[in-house]
Ligand binder design. Sequence first.
Ligand code: BG6
Length: 255
Amino acid sequence: HVLKEGSDLHFIEQQLMERLPVSHVKVVPGDGDESPDDVKTLLGKEAAKIMTSFYQEDPVVTVTGGSTMAKVADYMQPVDGVKPTFVPARGGLGDQHEYQANSICVQMATRANGDYRLLYVPDSIGEELHAKMQQEPTILDVLQLMNRADIVIHGIGDAQTMARRRRASDDTMKKIVDDEAVGESFGYYFDKNGKTVHRANSIGLAIDNLKERSQIITVAGGASKRDAISAYLKWGESDVLVIDEAIAHHLLQEY
Ligand code: BG6
């Protein structure tokens, strides 16, 4: 039975690689909503393995937050002769501490025997102050580093779930609901056609033309994220998808 399952998943991966605008797809068994811990563990292991396969000499890796990325961090391992540097994709998005990109960078660096640079800029300050802070040499330094990342690894969330988790204001919540945002990634909320509906006021990665500069690894599982992931493929870019079976089946129907 296990063998059959493996070859079924392999078949699904092949199909998705033919249909989706990505170069590689890895599908792990299960539905991340039904057994979050098991599925995130599988996603984390696979994503960590794929990430190291992209290592070139002392790579810069830009990382988002989230519980899925926290699992990737759990499975990072040192690679002989390589010293990666981990940088958060955003300053601070109001997630709980262990799911913040900064915390995940520290975890990854510790396990991978690498370095990290952190970015502590709260997202609750006004735009003017943000603009000023972006001129600060120490912040500018980290921004430049994250924007020349060799590898970007990120999660995707359901828009309303993420807005609630970040305690979005009533106005923001209304915008997200009214404009029918379905997905979130890198602090951007987008609708099913891939149009940005709202952007969290945070300092971070410039998401335009990411693919030209970096290998982008997208990691997500759970049926509740299926619309978010379809929308992400229209909104953003990805080289490698690491997803669970629930999402894979949905994408097969959609594409
Ligand atoms: C956030 C990332 O921290 O985690 C988002 O900034 C992502 O890009 C989200 O959408 C996903 O969280 P989780 O817990 O579902 O992996």
